[in-house]
Design a binder for this molecule. Structure first.
Ligand code: ZN
Length: 406
């Protein structure tokens, strides 16, 4: 019998809202039955069915695996010196991306692949079971095709971001570069990608150029998502909403019109608090967004320039401490919110039929994710029903690193 019952769960976050008004769907003294890759049953521990394997959660909390809907994991080099200089007072600028482009172009496929798998292992050990990965450090037809191809080896959530920044060799010829992105580069990358993305920002791409990129991607069957309003207010949020983007990401500087447009749309606003942390920009006010009716996700934006954390729990702690979210809202945003930002309904929830992606915490409640920042609270992780990570020192099972995130 290939079933596993996780029982005696003190606090189970299902993200399935109840008629009682708990939109986070929290059950106490609960159990979850895994059958193969899927969740088969959720309910009270007292009513739990029998199973081939029983895992006793001993009163601890279980949450859905984190859905990290924004990352840049295929790159060479790092920018530690730039971070150090920034902490000493230098400002962050979009142009820093170009130094990672040079290091990425110099790296072999196997070097990039090894690095990528290392990041995915580190994410899995921190409870992230679904990850979106963008290209954007190749910025040539061959370079971008290589990055989306490598990303597609490890996840189905691949984003073509040829319009990350204008490469040095196209300086002062941005429109010509957009022509390359929307032409041969898109043709080469679209077969490996689900999403099209653009960095709509001063120093990157104008709103007109961003529209060209997104519309070309949509015409090729890709789904739009947008980087916008990271460094200052702009028109990127409006464009994302107009084009029906699944998500617009950053939103550090939002106008009232942006907030109203988001609230009236299906576009998720994905907050990336690791960026504000690492660039010392002001944190956006998540309370303002949520109170206005905007659907909010949280992601790490793991990248070597503006946010080199892969810890969703660290981002949750920042969102609670500095963005005005409750712990329950932040955990929801890092799981169900991320799933919505990827237009997925099979992850980010614990419900019959959903993928069996679950995290058993060492703590009795999800609140500890924000309350104990920087502490490794993940005890065990299941992905597609397989126990892929068990923390060292955990009595049952053995430590293992399984295959990588979808
Ligand atoms: Zn990004």
């Amino acid at each position: 019998m290939s079933t596993t019952l996780i029982t005696n769960i003190g606090e189970l976050t299902t993200n399935v809202g109840s008629s009682g008004g708990d939109r986070f769907g929290t059950l106490v003294d609960a159990a979850v039955l895994i059958d193969g890759e899927r969740i088969a049953w959720v309910g009270s521990a007292a009513d739990a069915p029998d199973a081939g394997e029983i895992v006793d959660a001993s009163g601890r909390a279980v949450i859905p695996g984190f859905v990290d809907s924004h990352s840049h994991l295929v790159f060479g080099g790092d920018r530690a010196a730039e971070f150090e200089a920034r902490m000493a007072g230098q400002n962050y600028a979009a142009g820093g991306i170009r130094s990672t482009v040079a290091a990425t172009r110099a790296a072999s496929d196997d070097e990039l692949r090894a690095r990528l798998r290392g990041f995915l292992d580190e994410m899995l050990a921190q409870g992230t079971t679904t990850v979106e990965i963008k290209s954007g450090y190749g910025l040539s037809v061959e370079g971008e095709e290589r990055l989306v191809r490598l990303a597609a080896e490890v996840t189905q959530e691949v984003t073509f971001l040829g319009a990350h920044v204008v490469p040095a060799e196209y300086a002062d010829r941005a429109d010509e570069y957009v022509g390359l992105v929307t032409g041969p580069m898109l043709d080469a990358c679209a077969p490996h990608a689900k999403w099209i993305d653009v960095f709509c920002e001063t120093g990157a791409f104008s709103v007109e150029q961003s529209r060209r990129v997104l519309e070309a991607g949509i015409a090729k069957g890709l789904l739009p998502r947008v980087h916008a309003s990271q460094l200052g207010p702009g028109e990127g949020v409006g464009l994302a909403v107009e084009l029906g983007a699944a998500s617009v990401d950053h939103g550090t500087y939002l106008t009232d019109a942006d907030v109203a447009a988001l609230a009236a749309s299906d576009t998720v606003l994905t907050l990336l608090p690791g960026v504000e942390f690492s660039t010392r920009q002001p944190y956006p006010d998540a309370r303002r967004l949520i109170d206005a009716g905007v659907t909010v996700a949280i992601a790490c934006d793991t990248n070597p320039g503006s946010s080199f954390t892969s810890s969703m729990s660290f981002c949750i702690a920042l969102a609670v401490r500095d963005m005005g979210m409750t712990p329950a809202e932040a955990v929801w945003a890092a799981t169900a919110g991320g799933a919505l930002a990827l237009r997925r309904d099979d992850v980010g929830v614990i419900a019959p039929g959903a993928r069996a992606d679950l995290v058993l915490l060492k703590s009795p409640t999800r609140i500890h994710l924000a309350y104990r920042p920087g502490v490794l609270l993940v005890e065990q992780v299941w992905k597609d029903g397989v126990a892929v990570f068990t923390a060292p020192g955990t009595p049952r099972g053995t430590e293992s690193h399984g295959p990588v995130a979808r």
